[in-house]
Write a protein that binds this ligand. Sequence first.
Ligand SMILES: Nc1nc2c(ncn2[C@@H]2O[C@H](COP(=O)(O)OP(=O)(O)OP(=O)(O)O)[C@@H](O)[C@H]2O)c(=O)[nH]1
Ligand SMILES: [Mg+2]
Length: 295
Amino acid sequence: MAHGLDETGSKQLSVGITVSLVLPCFNEAENLEAVFAKIPSFVTEVLLVDGGSTDDSVARAIALRPDISVLNQHAPGKGLALIIGLLAATGDIVVMADTDCSTDLDEMIDFVVALESGADLAKGTRHLPPGGSDDFTKIRRMGNWLLVRTVNTLFGTKWTDLAYGYAAFWTDMIDKIGLKEIYDIELELADDNDRRPRAYGHGFEIETLLFCRTGWSGYAVAEVPSHERERMHGTSNLSAIKDGFRVLHGIRNERFVVDRKKLRPTTTIEERMEARRERIRSRSADVSDSTPSAG
Ligand SMILES: Nc1nc2c(ncn2[C@@H]2O[C@H](COP(=O)(O)OP(=O)(O)OP(=O)(O)O)[C@@H](O)[C@H]2O)c(=O)[nH]1
Ligand SMILES: [Mg+2]
C-alpha cells in the first residue's frame, strides 16, 4: 500500500501523525467562523498569527476556538507571519492556509497525503485539474503565468503555479531551509506607520522563497490541485504590481544569491521518509505503552 492511501485508494493518514495549521490573519474577523468550521479533525494544533488586526479577529478566534495559539508579529507582512507560525509549529506536518476563506480546508487531506506519499513539501496549484481559481483577475493570471515560466526556466522545475499560499511541509524542513535567519533579519527596518514589509521574505514573496528554496536545494516538491475561492469578507492586502516585484526579487535572490550548497540534503527522500515514519511509529508506541489498559 502506498503511504497515505489504503488498499481501496481511500485517503488514510498514519496512525499518530500530528498536523499543525498556520493561519496568517490581518483583519479577518468576519471570515474566521467559516474558516474554523472546516478545520479537519486530524489537525492537532492551530496557530493563528495576527498581524496587528484592528478588528476583533483575535477575540473572535479565541471565542470560536479556545484551544488555538495566537501569535503576534512585531513588524508587518504575511511572510513574516508565516515564518513565525512555521517556526513555532510542533506537528510532524505543518500546513499553511489563508484566513479569508479562499483556501478550502476540505482539501487539506490531499496535501498531507502528498507528503506521506513521499514529498518534503506539497504546494497547491490552481492550474491542475480539478484545481482552479475564482479569484484571478486578468493581471493576476498573466503575472502568475509569467512568474511560473520564469521560475521553470531558471530553476529547471515543471511547476504549474507559484504565488499561491496553500502548502504543507514536513516540519523538519523548516530548519533545513534557513527560516530562522530570515526571521532574524532587519526587523527594526519595519516602520510602524507603514504596513508594507521592508525585509526580504516578510511580504507576499514568502511562497516564492519557500518553494524555490526547497526545490532548488534538492528537496522533493509535489504539486496538489486546489481550487481557490474569492475571499468571503473584507479587502485584499495584496498589490498585484508591487507584490509582483517582490516575487521577482525573490526569484532572483533564491536563484542567484542564496548559497544552495549549504542547504543541500545529506539524505535521500527515501531515507527522510523512513526517518519520519519511524519517528511517528515510535512516538505512537510510547503513548500506547504509557496508557493504562482498561480493567
Ligand atoms: N498576520 C498577517 N497576516 C496577513 C498580513 N497580510 C495579509 N495577511 C493574511 O494573509 C492572507 C492572504 O492575504 P490576502 O489579503 O487575502 O491576499 P490575497 O489572497 O492575495 O488577496 P485576495 O485575493 O483579495 O484575498 C490572509 O489570510 C490575510 O489575512 C500581515 O501583514 N500579517
Ligand atoms: Mg486572499
